[in-house]
Design a protein around this ligand. Structure first.
Ligand SMILES: [Zn+2]
Length: 77
């Protein structure tokens, strides 16, 4: 097991000090299970953010198409 980890709270260095990971920056102490759960939650949140960003891109494209359509229809008048 890695004795050093990054703190899920502040990104500082957490040291494995059984039975806790103790952050040397903010002092957050987490049991291994809690630590792993928080890291997993962070990963999930990151994935979700990336997913929503992807949706945002699609919306932008859709909007652009819509604007083009409006322009196209408008120019026919
Ligand atoms: Zn910390």
């Amino acid at each position: 097991m890695n004795a050093l980890a990054s703190c899920p709270e502040c990104g500082g260095i957490s040291k494995w000090n059984p039975p806790f990971y103790v952050c040397s920056v903010c002092g957050l102490a987490l049991r291994r299970q809690e630590y792993e759960r928080m890291v997993q939650q962070q990963k999930d949140a990151l994935l979700e953010a990336q997913y929503e960003e992807g949706l945002g891109e699609q919306d932008k494209k859709r909007k652009r198409n819509r604007e083009y359509l409006d322009w196209y229809l408008g120019s026919k008048k």
